[in-house]
Design a protein around this ligand. Structure first.
Ligand code: SAH
Length: 373
């Protein structure tokens, strides 16, 4: 049996044998965060040699433009002389490093910033430290936190790229009349398979017409992602601030199975080889917008990644970078710009979601109203 080559599969099988089926959220949490065999503990996740490439790894311009966004938000907050600049799930530290380099244009901003990297993976904390030290960032300025509950009590600007998609979520499937939660169990051969969990699912989070959906429709719901947005809202409500969360997903809550596994830059079966693939789903920004609105933020705003980057000056910055390069260099920059912003690549699928307790609008984003979707 395959368990021999995959210790995490054996561990999950034992858990199911003892306790019965587990929820998809529980499965995802174990796969990503198991202290011995979890994905972030053991895998080289990000980069060409890893499993997937993220926007900051595609071009330095991504982090630079987010730096400009942060400076603008900080000025809007009244230039607090000390503030927390937090990044959730900073990966290799590339975004923060590019951001801080771009922010050298405003030394007052840089000296006011207390950088907090919210990261659970020891391996990635080491990568982040190496990246920031290599780029001569003063190590006294950088702190690590394990969760957002430990952000310091001061004005706060939060950024995150591809952080929400790794947070666990639940799936529900429609039978003729009811919705059941999907769980993970073992088949006769000891392999993992999906199962409908007993008991009717709680329907409160679903769109109004959910019962008109055809049988086998899938609905995804992540209370953990909503709790993150609510905690951030409460924090900036108390101390002032703004948040910018970027990820793939949809602005309108809908139906469909988006559970995905990626390894070595290819999609695979999420139930195959637990702990060896990055497990994610598309982020339901529609639900997160509602969470932020319910917390009475002064602005709740969104855009596609393409719209956001173009509004912040993607083409101008690419032109300036390309001016010192030969044709090959300019072509490479052009390809990076297309990858980040063109609707056929990351430009439409990726969304930028911002909210602030203090600012009535946010650079590069349109304030959300019921017609925004
Ligand atoms: N933002 C980076 C990396 C995205 S990968 C980039 O754009 O390249 C997801 C990141 O979230 C990793 O750094 C991972 O270790 C981190 N992460 C996953 N679960 C987390 C959690 N519960 N708390 C904090 N960080 C987490």
């Amino acid at each position: 049996m395959a368990e021999k080559d995959n210790p995490l599969k054996a561990k999950i099988a034992r858990l199911i044998e003892v306790n019965g089926p587990i929820s998809l959220a529980e499965y995802m949490h174990i796969c990503m965060a198991d202290p011995e065999f979890g994905y972030y503990k053991n895998r080289e996740a990000i980069g060409k040699k890893g499993d997937f490439i993220t926007a900051p790894e595609i071009s330095q311009i991504f982090g630079e433009l987010i730096g400009i966004w942060c400076i603008s938000a900080w000025r809007g907050l009244g230039k607090p002389s000390s503030f927390c600049l937090a990044e959730l799930g900073p990966g290799k530290g590339t975004l923060m490093s590019d951001l801080l380099r771009a922010a050298k244009s405003d030394p007052e901003f840089l000296s006011a910033a207390q950088v907090v990297l919210v990261e659970t993976s020891k391996r990635l904390k080491a990568d982040q430290s190496a990246m920031l030290t290599k780029n001569l960032i003063d190590s006294d300025k950088i702190n690590w936190a394990n969760d957002i509950a430990s952000l310091p009590d001061m004005p706060t600007i939060v950024i995150a790229n591809e952080f929400l998609d790794v947070v666990p979520f639940h799936q529900y499937v429609k039978s003729d009349n009811d919705w059941n939660e999907i769980g993970i169990t073992l088949d006769q051969n000891g392999n993992l398979q999906k199962v409908r969990l007993a008991g009717k699912a709680d329907l409160t989070a679903m769109p109004k017409d959910a019962n008109k959906e055809p049988a086998e429709s899938v609905f995804e719901y992540s209370p953990a992602r909503e709790a993150i947005v609510e905690t951030l809202c409460d924090h900036i409500e108390a101390y002032s601030g703004a948040c910018l969360l970027i990820d793939y997903g949809h602005l309108q809550t809908g139906f469909g199975d988006t559970f995905q596994a990626v390894a070595k830059h290819a999609f695979s079966d999420p139930l195959d080889k637990p702990g060896e693939h990055d497990l994610t789903s598309h982020v339901d920004f529609g639900a997160l917008v509602e969470s932020a609105k319910a917390r009475n933020m002064k602005s709740v705003a969104a855009a596609t990644q393409g719209e956001f980057l173009l509004a912040l000056g993607l083409l101008e910055r690419a032109g300036a970078l390309g001016a010192n390069q030969d044709d090959e260099g300019r072509n490479a920059i052009r390809a990076q710009v297309e990858r980040l912003a063109s609707p056929e690549q990351m430009g439409s699928l990726f969304k930028v979601f911002g909210f602030s307790s203090t600012l009535s609008s946010l650079p590069g984003l349109s304030n959300w109203d019921s017609s925004s979707a």
